[in-house]
Design a protein around this ligand. Structure first.
Ligand SMILES: [Zn+2]
Ligand SMILES: [Zn+2]
Length: 332
């Protein structure tokens, strides 16, 4: 099969690889839609402690099952599915404590390799985090399950709905925050760059701040979410929320990054810093339901679609911050 393989930090190439086979409990998909994601670019530019190279790139996909492994009862060949990135074990302290998004064994075998003709889905994902989109939902829309589920997890981490939410960053995740804020009746302010992205934020009902021209000070938000993964933004957010405000540390910073906070601000203004990582199978199901009903419509986030051979062009654009997301499609 054709596959795009990251061979080193900063390098990838198209290769002809043997197609994966389904081991016990696993399934193999023919990829029908795969989305580019900022995570692919981060991984390409700086690697990831938990992902060994070489690795087939891509992790947001919708595909058709072509092979089921021994013991798989719930799925059969021909079904269209969207895999989550990880499947929690259900047994460890994190899973039992309601934090299955943090399950270490779930993250040990991830669904990875969507920029290829075929994709292996780990047994842990097949067991509890493999989702069936309705037949009329296009694959490239259904594949938004992964980023949307992360945002739904962020909302739960944030706690009671704020009156006004500052969303710092106008990439796909920031825009999904805006879309979900509107669905929840929360006033959202998106602070970001690039007018095309801010236009989408406005279409999702958010007030926008163009950071090239204005500052995010004085917004009066009672909560803020970082969608940049930039430590400087993490450090700034406590000063951009009102006293008693909550700051959600949602975007992942580079490995080894550290941040410094003004202790007085955190203490005397009772600012809560809240981490948010990944999502649970329940949140993935909720994401699929929102996509299926059309309540969350990610179509404005897809800048262009094309075949697998367009991927280098798409990744280059994504890395430059041109457009929002790109979808690689394969006709059935
Ligand atoms: Zn992603
Ligand atoms: Zn677990």
């Amino acid at each position: 099969m054709r596959a795009f393989v990251q061979t080193a930090v900063g390098r990838y190439e198209e290769r002809d690889l043997p197609a994966p086979r389904a081991g016990p409990g696993e399934v193999v998909l023919r990829v029908r839609a795969a989305l580019t994601c900022g995570t692919d670019i981060k991984l390409l530019n700086r690697g990831h402690a938990a992902i060994a190279l070489p690795v087939v790139m891509g992790h947001e996909a919708c595909g058709e099952i072509v092979e089921v492994g021994e013991g798989v009862e719930a799925f059969r060949p021909g079904e269209r599915v969207v895999p989550a990135v990880s499947g929690p074990c259900g047994l460890c302290a994190d899973c039992r404590g309601g934090r299955s998004n943090l399950c270490a064994s779930g993250h040990a075998d991830r669904t990875w390799g969507a920029f290829a003709e075929m994709l292996r889905v780990p047994a842990s994902v097949v067991a509890g985090n493999l989702h069936r989109p309705p037949p009329d939902l296009p694959g490239e829309i259904a594949a938004f399950l992964d980023p949307l589920a992360s945002v739904l997890h962020g909302w739960i981490r944030l706690g009671p709905a704020p009156e006004r939410l500052l969303i710092y960053g106008s990439g796909a995740l920031g825009l999904l925050w805006a879309a979900t804020a509107r669905a929840r009746g929360v006033a959202a302010v998106v602070a970001g760059r690039r007018s095309a992205r801010l236009d989408v934020a406005a279409r999702y009902g958010a007030t926008v701040i163009d950071l090239d021209r204005e500052s995010a000070e004085g917004v009066g938000a009672d909560a803020a979410t970082d969608c940049t993964g930039d430590p400087r933004v993490w450090e700034t957010l406590p000063s951009l929320v009102r006293p008693g405000g909550r700051v959600l540390l949602f975007g992942g910073c580079a490995p080894g990054a550290s941040v410094t906070y003004d202790a007085s601000r955190l203490h005397y203004s009772e600012i809560a810093l809240v981490g948010s990582f990944h999502y649970t199978p329940q949140e993935a199901r909720a994401a699929m339901a929102l996509l299926a009903s059309g309540e969350i419509d990610p179509r404005p986030l897809i800048t262009a679609t094309g075949s697998l051979s367009n991927l280098p062009r798409f990744l280059e654009a994504q890395a430059k911050g041109e457009g929002i997301r790109y979808a690689v499609l394969t006709e059935a």
